[in-house]
Design a protein around this ligand. Structure first.
Ligand code: HEC
Ligand code: HEC
Ligand code: HEC
Ligand code: HEC
Ligand code: HEC
Ligand code: HEC
Length: 356
């Protein structure tokens, strides 16, 4: 039952109470109207993925919208241009945003530190960029071919441990020229062209989430995705975030683990295939699991009230908003039945795709 229908029912009850009941009952009814009204007015409280009738739906995730699969990458407005006008609201936090720094320049002192580790000494001296943080760090350098990167075969932990799970017997840590373009770029760089494995920018630009924006949005901000005025549908939001945060999917057209020319506003699921079965989701770590559960609730069960944005604030990199989402089955991936104030479940995040 939605809050609105609850509200209407309460008013009906009140009216019939006025006709038939004593004043104490009327007071009680007035009280309940006040409670329901105040909860409607507290619009920051988001109704969760509830165990209600909506969940019985079985929708086809691919059955709406359109896509840009196989089309050329459009010429989009770059982040520097966006920040010319959005320096104040976005610029102050953007340079530290994990999305803005998925691939970042390696300072020479850091490079020297990595190059002092015996197992990677020689190749690390050529490294120009790095990706990753506290779980896994990868070094990269420019490929001779413009627009692509080579990745070092080994991964590093922040304390300098070198791990090379995929090393063929007898081979040393080495640069892999194709791996980044074929397996990583789609989610760690911007606007990947499948045919050439090149991309438009290192790290993630505004384009990946806000789409191919027209500058007319400065007059009418409903023309740009994820603006307040536009208020995108849940399935549109889920597609935007899911293009990278689904780490168990595959493009039907290219076979890559990332989408083929997805542009915000598209239906991701027309070309991107993902196993949303109970078994597949149960096998994930809680971090990847809460994402796929939320996505399944929206695209299969048609629940539209809770999306990533109910809990996450991208600019400012905060998930504090999630405290205000009403209790739902989704909470139990990280919290115990006894509630959020008690100890949390601890979990580790690993990803076969990202090699950590
Ligand atoms: C489908 C999109 C996708 C692809 C393809 C992908 N990644 Fe990732 N990667 C992510 C996402 C999303 C995260 C952040 C996950 C999180 O924080 O829970 C991530 C995180 C990482 C991290 C950060 C670990 C840390 O220290 O926090 C590294 C390193 C990484 N990926 C490496 C790779 C490499 C190497 C490849 C290619 C072999 C790759 N990824 C391919 C989406 C992808
Ligand atoms: C990883 C996805 C993502 C990227 C990349 C991204 N944004 Fe956003 N942006 C959002 C979301 C989501 C919102 C909506 C705010 C909300 O609901 O939390 C938003 C909101 C905004 C707003 C509205 C003001 C606000 O704070 O709510 C502006 C302006 C904006 N973004 C500009 C930019 C610019 C400029 C860039 C590039 C430098 C950028 N965004 C990159 C996801 C992104
Ligand atoms: C010429 C200046 C200018 C440029 C360049 C520009 N914007 Fe804007 N943008 C505005 C103005 C003005 C508004 C409307 C004011 C407002 O509502 O905050 C706006 C609004 C927005 C909003 C919606 C804010 C909200 O209220 O939710 C987003 C998102 C956004 N811009 C993102 C971008 C992105 C991404 C780029 C680059 C592709 C960009 N802008 C480039 C001026 C600009
Ligand atoms: C183009 C790919 C891409 C898109 C689109 C994208 N993300 Fe991410 N996101 C990443 C990667 C990659 C990381 C990990 C960055 C790293 O640690 O290097 C990440 C990290 C995060 C994190 C973890 C931040 C942290 O502090 O560890 C959150 C939360 C997140 N993204 C939410 C979102 C939401 C919400 C959306 C949709 C509005 C979104 N992302 C869209 C690729 C993407
Ligand atoms: C009910 C609230 C809620 C919803 C809905 C939600 N998240 Fe989260 N998510 C959280 C909380 C809380 C955390 C843990 C915050 C932290 O680590 O600071 C988290 C963690 C994450 C992380 C980091 C995981 C890690 O440790 O590596 C990523 C990435 C992420 N969420 C992405 C998403 C995306 C994408 C969606 C939408 C498909 C989404 N979340 C939906 C609440 C939510
Ligand atoms: C992906 C993991 C994750 C999910 C899902 C999640 N939480 Fe949390 N929650 C956290 C983490 C991490 C913290 C501690 C950091 C913080 O306060 O945000 C936390 C803290 C909280 C707190 C503050 C507790 C305190 O002691 O102050 C509340 C309240 C809360 N969560 C409620 C919820 C509710 C309600 C849901 C479901 C709608 C939910 N959480 C889903 C990870 C999660």
């Amino acid at each position: 039952m939605t809050q609105e229908t609850l509200y209407c029912r309460t008013i009906k009850t009140l009216v019939s109470n006025l006709r038939t009941m004593k004043s104490s009952a009327i007071l009680l009814a007035l009280y309940s109207v006040a409670v329901v009204t105040s909860s409607i007015l507290r619009s920051d409280v988001v109704e969760p993925v509830a165990a209600n009738q909506e969940v019985d739906q079985q929708l086809d995730p691919a059955a709406w919208g359109s896509d840009h699969v196989g089309q050329p990458i459009p010429e989009f407005v770059s982040g520097d241009e966006c920040l010319f006008c959005h320096r104040k609201d976005i610029g102050s936090t953007w340079s530290d945003d994990p999305h803005a720094t998925t691939v970042r320049r390696l300072e020479s002192e850091k490079r020297d530190a990595w190059a002092s580790i015996a197992a990677i000494k020689k190749p690390a001296a050529d490294a120009e960029f790095l990706m990753g943080r506290d779980r896994s760090i990868r070094l990269l350098k420019r490929n001779p071919a413009y627009g692509s990167l080579a990745i070092l075969s080994a991964r590093l932990l922040p304390d300098g441990t070198v791990i090379d799970d995929n090393r063929a017997e007898g081979s040393d840590v080495h640069w892999k020229g194709q791996e980044f373009g074929q397996k990583c770029a789609g989610c760690h760089a911007t606007a990947v062209d499948h045919a050439t494995e090149s991309f438009s920018a290192l790290s993630l630009d505004c384009y990946v989430c806000h789409g191919n924006a027209s500058l007319d949005h400065s007059n009418d901000s409903s023309t740009i995705h994820l603006s307040k005025k536009r208020d995108d549908e849940a399935r549109v939001v889920i597609s935007v975030c899911g293009q990278c945060h689904i780490r168990t999917g595959k493009s039907r057209s290219t076979g890559s683990p990332f989408p083929n020319n997805f542009i915000a506003g598209d239906n991701l699921f027309r070309d991107f295939e993902v196993d949303l079965s109970d078994e597949a989701i149960a096998g994930l770590n809680p971090a990847d699991r809460h994402i796929l559960k939320n996505i399944r609730d929206v695209v299969v069960h048609g629940v539209s009230k809770t999306t990533c944005l109910s809990c996450h604030q991208v600019h400012g990199n905060s998930s504090r908003k999630h405290h205000r989402v009403l209790k739902s089955p989704l909470c139990l991936d990280c919290h115990y039945e006894s509630g959020p104030k008690s100890k949390r479940k601890s979990y580790e995040v690993h990803s076969k795709l990202c090699d950590y």
